[in-house]
Design a protein around this ligand. Structure first.
Ligand code: GCV
Length: 613
């Protein structure tokens, strides 16, 4: 096990390694915490199953009475530890989750690589098999439980061989892995390949074929016999060349429901991803608009899904960009269980090199979500086998905050960041505040130099790091900016692609109107001339130049702040090293994008700064 001790809870106690239940884990954690705290306090635990994942704490004298459901007891223990560690009194605490499923989706392949992973290789797969240090898996369980994450999907949604076999001959290994996480209330989920019946000897994977239904019923029965608390299946179907029901002329509801019925007897769920669009688009075609796709496919199916199918929808209509409006599908599925999907892995948001604290961005989404329809929150994992677990030591914040906000979306983003800093680092208040401000501004700074005014996708193809304004412009992925010498952006109003019509009327009118559309989404919704005036009186072209200069200058200031922080030496060195890479990246973005638009527009910068011709 690597010996990095900087994640938000300090090193694993030996006793925790032997725990078999959340209650035992709660006891071990609290005993260890109070022993170290050495303040003569005691605790008493009682399990009250009726509390489920919830818990209550009450202090009488020097005794903390904690009661909680089977896993609630452990969540209560961690929350009590957090409160006391962070200087709270914890006289009375009571909490229960807003969302029942809080899922981490790993995109780990069995060969040990991680798709869009920036923290090294998989923690549990290597050489096409499970290969892990059990102590590290216990530590992982503990990390997830302390953030109240209760489901881990072990394998990539793009199911590559031999991950298809996780439900067949690799099932005993999966079961052994599940057992390590069980004491922490973490249940496993498996990404499945919709065409599995074909590789198992059937002639079809048609969801309406009886032999296919029988195959999945048997597969589920065997899987749940081996792992009775298996959470369910995660499915990427008919998306980016993955097999799905469309090949048989069946709808996504027909495909998902067939699986839903197979896992129903065991209390399992099928999480069906809505990330479906035409990934072979011709850039010449201006009628097809990728952000419209998910709504067009799934909205007509609202009400057709069985009750243990959850439609998992990415936060925005594109794909985890720095700035996107909320997905209209999330707002419109009235009769379907849905899950929100966010991405901790910083695929488009700096790859754990550039600083990017996500809570402020998630807050924007949580604030508009119709909470009653959302059953689950899922996040693409940012974990890996590297020394810091999340690449950048500060990127652990996003994992922690994800769990906290999936439990209680009302928590203020600044409060959750502050909580994480206090749990992770010991530093004077003034430094803690500096770090908090640095993290709170990090997304804004990254946005300034990479995605001004909602103009995303000007990135290097495939790697998705660094600028390349035309990298995807003449490609087949449907992600165009259509810049010419006069204007940039795509008109997504009723006069353009009609995307805005997918929103409820008020929001539609809000985005449709250039006057009310927020600047940060202007070029997502509108095509705008370079000489058009924005809300603050600047022209579009001047704003593009200014944002890139400002973003880069802000990154330089962040580097200075970082240097001044009293971090543990290992963390400081890594953060400083990565910040140097961020600065290089920010400068490259500034100069490439400014030159790109200068060459098109011919407009001089009003402040006469250097733009390369
Ligand atoms: C797992 C994007 C990523 C892919 C990812 C896909 C998805 O397209 O670039 O790597 O595949 O999203 O969410 O399925």
């Amino acid at each position: 096990m690597n010996n990095y001790d900087g994640l938000w809870l300090k090193s694993l106690t030996k006793t925790l390694l032997d725990c078999d239940t959340p209650l035992q884990a709660a006891e071990a954690e609290l005993a260890d915490f109070f022993r170290r705290r050495d303040a003569g306090e005691r605790f008493e635990l009682s399990v009250d199953e009726a509390l489920g994942e919830g818990y209550c704490v009450e202090r009488t004298g020097g005794v903390y009475h904690l009661s909680g459901g089977n896993t609630g007891i452990l969540y209560g223990a961690y929350d009590l530890i957090r409160e006391l560690h962070n200087g709270g009194e914890a006289e009375k605490l009571a909490s229960s989750p807003r969302y029942p499923l809080r899922m981490l989706n790993s995109w780990d392949n069995m060969d040990g690589t991680v798709e869009r992973g920036y923290s090294g290789r998989s923690i549990w797969f290597e050489g096409n098999r499970f290969d892990y240090d059990p102590e590290r898996i216990r530590y992982l369980g503990r990390l997830l439980a302390s953030a109240h994450v209760n489901v881990l999907c072990v394998n990539n949604v793009n199911v590559h061989a031999p991950a298809q076999r996780l439900l067949t001959d690799l099932l005993p290994d999966l079961a052994a892995f599940a057992a390590l996480l069980r004491p922490f209330g973490v249940r496993l989920m498996v990404s499945i390949d919709f065409s599995l019946p074909l590789s198992s000897g059937l002639q079809t994977a048609d969801p309406l074929a009886q032999e296919v239904q029988k195959f999945w019923n048997e597969t589920a029965s065997i899987a749940w016999a081996a792992i009775p608390d298996l959470a369910g299946f995660l499915v990427k179907a008919d998306s980016e060349h993955r097999p799905g029901p469309n090949a048989y002329g069946r709808t996504h509801a027909e495909g998902a429901n067939m699986l839903g019925r197979a896992v129903k007897p065991y209390g399992g769920v099928v999480v069906w991803r809505a990330f479906v669009y035409d990934c072979l688009q011709d850039w010449r075609n201006v009628k097809t608009d990728r952000p419209c796709a998910a709504y067009q496919i799934y909205q007509p199916l609202d009400g057709d899904f069985v009750d243990n199918v959850i439609l998992q929808i990415k936060n925005g209509p594109f794909d985890f960009q720095v700035r996107e409006p909320v997905s209209p599908l999330l707002l419109s599925m009235q009769n379907t269980n849905t899950a929100l999907e966010v991405q901790l892995a910083q695929e488009y948001t700096g790859q754990q090199i550039d600083l990017y604290a996500m809570p402020p961005m998630w807050k924007e989404i949580f604030d508009v979500l119709p909470a009653e329809r959302i059953q689950a929150i899922a996040a693409v994992s940012n974990l890996g086998r590297d020394y810091f677990w999340t690449g950048h030591p500060f990127a652990a914040l996003n994992l922690y905050a994800f769990g906290r906000l999936a439990w209680d979306p009302a928590i203020d983003p600044a409060a959750v960041i502050d909580e994480w800093i206090r749990l992770t680092y010991t530093m004077p208040d003034t430094d803690r505040e500096k770090l908090l401000t640095l993290l709170l501004n990090s997304r804004h700074v990254y946005e300034l130099y990479t995605a001004t005014l909602g103009l995303c996708w000007m990135i290097t193809p495939h790697t998705h790091y660094g600028p390349n304004p035309d990298g995807y412009e003449y490609d087949l992925w449907g992600t165009y900016h259509r810049a010419d010498r006069n204007a940039v952006g795509i008109d997504r109003t009723a006069l353009g692609t009609g995307y805005t019509a997918q929103y409820p009327p008020e929001l539609q009118a809000f985005y449709e109107n250039r006057e009310t559309c927020p600047d940060e989404l202007l070029l997502f919704f509108h095509r705008v001339a370079y000489d058009a005036q924005l809300h603050d009186g600047r022209t579009l072209i001047q704003r593009i130049y200014d944002d890139h200069f400002e973003g880069c200058a802000e990154a330089e200031k962040m580097a200075e702040t970082l240097q001044s922080l009293p971090l543990p030496e290992t963390d400081r060195q890594e953060a400083v090293k990565r910040m140097a890479m961020q600065l290089k990246n920010a400068r490259e973005w500034r100069d490439v994008i400014n030159t790109f638009f200068y060459r098109f527009s011919g407009a001089e910068d009003e402040q006469g700064r250097t733009i390369y011709p």
